[in-house]
Design a protein around this ligand. Structure first.
Ligand SMILES: Cc1ncc(COP(=O)(O)O)c(C=O)c1O
Length: 485
């Protein structure tokens, strides 16, 4: 697909952006008032810093199906879908009914429930996994998976890809979108903290590799031979827009992890049960040792899960043999460390959490997976997403906009970059002013996208063809206005 380039009149972008932001302010007075009030109690006026954007975030009132209403009563077709949580759509009737029953009968026991067993069975089947555990978020899932990998291998370092996001725990909150002058050489990227407050000792344990560069990964693994507990990867980088793996990349990551005795962790928090019934595992046909889930598996209720191979997950029950015996037993070669001081005498990996497997989340997950995101849901989701992307691309081509439309399964976006992006290093020239103008233009006409150029739309089973048509109509109007002579 060709990437079109045209020098759009900068003054026109600025003018439309300013006009649309003013219109946004005029239509969303309640949100502004709530934001002013929120700032008295909440840093940045929000509960998670991801929710903050200029001039202020929309405060929401209600949502159903593919629709969401803000505090002023403005209606939007929701293409944000809670940062990709809602492949089931808002308050799916089957889920709403099941949760009403659940709420009336107790939402937290801290004793196991049958729905949790059934949900674990469902996840095992979808992801070809032996064992599964539940958590409460994507962050917890990746944090737990990393600990299991460290306990299992007796190694301390992990490899994370530049530009990838795996939640907000210290080990992985590094090199998310590092400043260009701090990111280091192409063949040995620096580990750059994405927050104040991360100890240097944690930063030293996370080695950064560039996405889609298997040769560099290979060299990094060689340089850290016998030290890497896990390679954690988003199969599609969905936190810098949409950056798919190049053909053969994930296959090579799989091979290299096995060769080096590192546990391969797929972070399927965004991809799982969204790209396909069996997530990225099914979509790309590559099996990690562990995978992490959250977001869409709960249909809108907080939940997380991780799971994978029996030998690795069984570390939660007991650690058998030395670390090197465990690593060698699963990869068939041997150079692992003989002894590990890492376990400090512990005989298993702790995985804990008061709310893990709570009945509300378990019922939500079970209904979402067994009754809503069933196998037959995916062809339609893919067809709608492909049509939305093709439609946006046609508009981009017709008007010579700088950028391209892209999707992987039901998730996609317009990348306002002059060149196709394959990793964070070549995500250059992002036209954030153009992106902002389009965000406010679309929002003011009832099309809600995620409030940031690094995120993407997610379609749900409750979106309709008419929703796609409306998106294309408004995006077409935007392009026409932008380029009219
Ligand atoms: C790929 C990925 N992993 C992990 C997380 C963290 O999930 P949570 O926000 O539920 O902690 C996110 C959140 O956006 C994510 O996109």
């Amino acid at each position: 697909m060709t990437v079109t380039r045209q020098d759009i009149d900068r003054a026109r972008i600025t003018e439309i952006g300013a006009r649309e932001e003013t219109a946004y302010r005029d239509r969303t007075r309640q949100s502004e008032a709530l934001f002013d009030r929120a700032r008295q109690s909440l840093p940045l006026g929000v509960a998670s810093s991801f929710q903050a954007y200029d001039p202020y975030p929309l405060f929401m009132g209600d949502a159903r199906g593919s629709r969401i209403w803000d505090a002023d009563g403005n209606e939007y077709i929701d293409f944000d879908m809670a940062f990709g949580v809602l492949a089931a759509g808002h308050s799916h009737p089957l889920l709403a009914e099941a949760l009403q029953r659940r709420v009336a009968n107790g939402t937290c026991y801290t004793f196991p429930v049958e729905d949790g067993v059934a949900l674990a069975e469902e996840i095992r089947e979808r992801f070809g996994a032996d064992l599964v555990r539940f958590s409460n978020s994507g962050t917890e899932s990746t944090m737990d998976a990393v600990r299991v990998a460290r306990g299992y291998t007796g190694r301390e370092k992990i490899i994370k890809f530049e530009g990838g996001y795996h939640g907000h725990h210290d080990d992985v909150l590094v090199s998310i979108q590092p400043p260009r002058d701090a990111m280091g050489p192409d063949d040995s990227p620096a580990t750059v903290p994405a927050s104040a407050g991360i100890p240097r000792s944690r930063i030293a344990e996370t080695v950064i590799a560039p996405f889609n560069q298997p040769h560099v990964l290979e060299a990094i693994l060689q340089a850290h031979s016998g030290e890497i507990a896990a390679i954690i990867v988003e199969p599609v980088q969905f936190n810098i827009g949409v950056v798919p793996p190049e053909p053969g990349f994930l296959e090579r990551v799989r091979e290299l992890a096995t060769e080096h005795g590192a546990v391969l962790i797929f972070d399927e928090v965004k991809t799982g049960v969204v790209l396909a019934w069996g997530g990225a595992y099914e979509h790309f046909g590559i099996k990690p040792d562990l995978f992490c889930l959250a977001k869409s598996i709960g249909g809108g209720i907080p939940i997380g899960a991780f799971g994978g191979r029996r030998e690795v997950m069984a570390s939660i029950e007991t650690l058998e043999g030395t670390p090197s015996q465990r690593v060698d037993a699963t990869r068939g070669v041997g150079t692992g460390m003989e002894k590990s001081t890492l376990s400090g005498g512990a005989t298993r990996v702790a995985h804990l959490g008061t709310f893990n497997g709570n009945p509300l989340s378990m019922t939500a997950g079970l209904v979402t997976l067994r009754q809503i995101l069933t196998k037959d849901a995916y062809p339609r989701l893919h067809a709608m997403a492909d049509r939305l992307t093709a439609g946006c691309q046609a508009i981009i081509d017709e008007h010579g906009l700088p950028g391209y439309a892209i999707n992987v399964g039901p998730k996609g976006c317009v990348m306002f970059t002059p060149e196709r992006v394959t990793n964070y290093r070549n995500l250059v020239g992002l036209d954030s002013e153009l992106w902002a103008a389009s965000f406010f233009y679309l929002a003011n006409r009832g099309i809600l996208l995620p409030p940031g150029p690094d995120d993407q739309w997610t379609l749900s089973v409750q979106h309709t063809d008419a929703d796609i048509d409306r998106y294309l109509e408004v995006f077409g109007d935007f392009a026409r206005e932008l380029t009219a002579s």
